[in-house]
Write a protein that binds this ligand. Structure first.
Ligand code: ZN
Length: 160
């Protein structure tokens, strides 16, 4: 069996940034479970895994546009400190949910000045080229329920 649309794939993976630092890994955990063709994972990784078989080891270098997108300058904003009324300490790295025209977005504080706070609403991995090492552990057909839900069920996938 090979990886095609509506197959449920379990895989071990390690992802590094361009500097070679490990960003995330399934090592020591259950393999990640996802369903091919449903955007459960980034598009570049889906493309790299299409047609692969059980036991295959896949190395993929994925550019930002096929991963978490480029950094969008408009999502980096300076807001007055008064916008954080009630928050005692403001520190770089703190996460908040902000309201935008597109609905709530998660932002992280990247700078705190006397009058203003800089927040960044980009995905933490936006603008990064990702280096994946994947081992395909198992491939199976998705159930009708999984296809209806748009995600894989079971350990390493959605459990509900
Ligand atoms: Zn479900």
């Amino acid at each position: 069996m090979t990886i095609t649309k509506d197959k449920v794939v379990s895989m071990h993976y390690t992802v590094k940034n361009a500097a070679g630092d490990v960003i995330d890994s399934s090592e020591g955990r259950d393999p990640l479970l996802y369903m091919q063709g449903h955007r459960n994972i980034i598009p570049g990784l889906e493309s790299a895994l299409e047609g692969k078989g059980q036991g295959d080891k896949v190395e993929a270098v994925i550019e930002p546009q096929e991963a978490y997108g480029e950094v969008v300058a408009e999502l980096i904003q300076q807001v007055p400190r008064s916008a954080f009324e009630g928050v005692e300490t403001l520190e770089v790295g703190m996460n908040f949910q902000a309201q935008s025209e597109q609905g709530p977005v998660n932002v992280v504080i990247t700078e705190v000045a006397d009058e203003t706070v800089t927040v960044d609403g980009n995905h933490p991995l936006a603008g990064q080229t990702l280096h994946f090492n994947v081992e395909v552990v198992e491939i199976r057909d998705a159930s009708e329920e999984e296809i209806a839900h748009g995600h894989a069920h079971g350990a390493g996938g959605h459990q509900h």
